[in-house]
Design a protein around this ligand. Structure first.
Ligand SMILES: [Zn+2]
Length: 269
């Protein structure tokens, strides 16, 4: 019996030990859960703090940034208003026009009697840029000297700049040398057409012989995403017009027509 009791005792003793183990396991699990909750709480707290800091960073510097320029303009009270205007013009209201002098470098364009299209287009484009800049327009040139720029690159420059308008300047040529006059082309919709019409009309008003506005699939007015016009400013194949296109006075008139057309477009919105 004793032996049995002993056996019983021996067999019952491990039971509490097993319970203890189970209790221990439960306790361990509970502690683990507690630790997990604590970790989650800490994580949430950290996220909350980060969130508050994020919101602070995004709210306070902005209001501070607004306050600082105001303080500056107040400090320089004399130029307070004029100080604000260029800031807004240079920012949201900047009107960006890309002027594209056709050809350049090894690409001469059409050539008659030693007169190269690339030289005439550059001269006129630089004059037009000068006039537009004087009117507060931001002008980007696809080339400023006698360099060869690919058609892809010309489009990329305009598209990357997010320009409001694009104007490409070229000279025409035709087998019939009696043909003369300025033509303007568009391809990308009504606004491009309106730009081409404004430039042609402005040229007409300045006494330039004009022909017509046409829709044409030229790459620079097809692959540019803003209203775009390609202006064939005159025929190098026509001797009289070729002579005019070489004169600075006539180049200036054509440049004025381009600038006027752009400004009319800007005013129309
Ligand atoms: Zn050309």
């Amino acid at each position: 019996m004793d032996g049995q009791r002993n056996e019983n005792l021996a067999s019952t003793r491990p039971r509490p030990a097993g319970r203890r183990r189970k209790r221990g396991a439960r306790l361990a699990a509970a502690y683990a859960l507690q630790a997990l909750f604590a970790l989650l709480a800490a994580l949430l707290a950290a996220l909350l703090i980060c969130g508050v800091l994020y919101v602070r960073e995004h709210l306070f510097p902005k209001s501070g940034g607004d306050a600082q320029p105001k303080g500056e303009t107040i400090a320089g009270s004399g130029g307070a208003e004029t100080g604000n205007d260029p800031a807004t013009e240079a920012g949201a209201e900047a009107y960006v026009v890309v002027l594209d002098a056709g050809h350049g470098g090894v690409q001469s364009g059409c050539a008659f009697d030693g007169v190269l299209e690339k030289d005439i287009t550059l001269a006129v484009t630089l004059l037009a840029a000068e006039k537009l800049r004087a009117e507060g327009v931001t002008v980007i040139l696809t080339r400023e000297d006698d360099t060869d720029v690919s058609l892809d690159e010309r489009c990329r420059i305009a598209n990357d700049a997010g320009a409001d308008l694009f104007v490409s300047v070229h000279c025409n040529s035709y087998e019939d040398s009696s043909i003369n006059g300025l033509e303007s082309y568009y391809h990308n919709g009504k606004k491009g057409q309106r730009l081409a019409e404004y430039i042609l009309a402005a040229a007409g008003e300045l006494g330039v012989k004009t022909r017509s506005v046409k829709d044409a699939n030229y790459q620079v007015i097809r692959d540019t995403v803003m209203p775009a016009s390609l202006v064939e400013i005159g025929f190098l194949s026509n001797p009289a017009e070729r002579a005019r296109l070489q004169s600075e006075a006539y180049q200036d008139t054509i440049a004025q027509a381009i600038a006027d057309g752009v400004l009319a477009m800007k005013a129309a919105g």
